[in-house]
Design a protein around this ligand. Structure first.
Ligand code: AG3
Length: 276
């Protein structure tokens, strides 16, 4: 019998998600984290950082479409957009579908994530060479505080709130993001599973409320993330969710549509209570 190799993400001490591995494509200890790329039958190629699944070929579109199109379709004219984290390039690829976008900045602390994505996930990294894109390999907290001004949309596509991303989940960072946004500016930040991390979801909502006049939350179903139900915090200086503006461009998507977006802001009580 052939040998079976499995990758398991320990989602909690008591729960793991295991994928049978066809091949280990890359393994590296970067200055910031353990980076692993495996190929699987179930989800295609999978990018894993410090043991946590970030991106799979089969379901990445859900998360990347929802983190990008929601703020970009609500902002009246998103010309300057930044992604904090998101070194795989998936959010950038979606942002570039909006013809209003003139500049898309990727601010990734770990250059090795970008390199691995270019090499093993060319379809996800595809947008990174677009002339509208500028890549900044630096600490997102420092970049937002010192270099970012007059952005229309800032997207926080971070890892879990442990390790390098820890300080991306809190009021001080959101304050600094607000200062880097123009008058109609919108911040969207991935905010983890409401079933597994209710206190984190609450903390993000509280932090956003302390800074932004318009605050909300929406969900999406991401198969390979813990519990499958994922949240995104939404903070805005003016534009209100959930509706996309009527003139939003048409482009191909597999999860996001204007109707899905509106529905994504309708919250089950167990999620709604985390926004109060
Ligand atoms: N960033 C969110 C990943 C969180 C997943 N957590 C986990 N598997 N424990 C994804 C980056 C994709 N651009």
């Amino acid at each position: 019998m052939g040998r079976e190799v499995w990758f398991s993400e320990w989602q909690t001490d008591d729960v793991k998600l295991s994928l049978r591995v066809k091949a280990v494509l890359w393994e590296e200890k970067t200055p910031y984290q353990e980076l692993l790329v495996v190929d699987t039958d179930a989800y295609g190629r999978v990018l894993i950082l410090d043991g946590a699944i970030q991106t799979t070929e089969r379901d990445e579109f859900v998360y990347h479409e929802m983190i990008a199109h929601v703020p970009l379709s609500i902002h009246p004219r998103p010309r300057r957009v930044a992604v904090i984290g998101g070194g795989d390039g998936g959010a950038i690829r979606e942002i570039l579908k909006h013809p209003e976008v003139e500049e898309a900045h990727l601010v990734e602390i770990d250059e090795r994530v970008i390199a691995a994505s270019r090499r093993f996930f060319p379809a996800i990294a595809a947008g990174l060479d677009d002339p509208r894109v500028t890549i900044h390999v630096t600490d997102g907290i420092r970049w937002v505080a010192e270099e970012a001004r007059d952005f229309d949309v800032i997207i926080v596509d971070s890892t879990d709130p442990v390790g390098p991303a820890e300080n991306l989940f809190g009021e001080p960072f959101y304050r600094s993001v607000a200062a880097a946004l123009g008058p109609d500016g919108i911040l969207v930040a991935q905010s983890e599973s409401p079933l597994l991390e209710p206190e984190l979801v609450r903390r993000v909502q509280r932090g956003l409320r302390a800074v932004f006049p318009v605050v909300s939350l929406y969900t999406a179903a991401v198969a390979t993330y813990p519990t499958g139900l994922w949240t995104f915090g939404f903070g805005s200086k003016g534009p209100r969710p959930p509706r996309p503006r009527p003139d939003v461009a048409r482009f191909a998507t597999r999860y996001w549509t204007p109707a899905v977006q509106e529905a994504a802001f309708v919250l089950p009580p167990m999620v709604e209570e985390l926004t109060r």
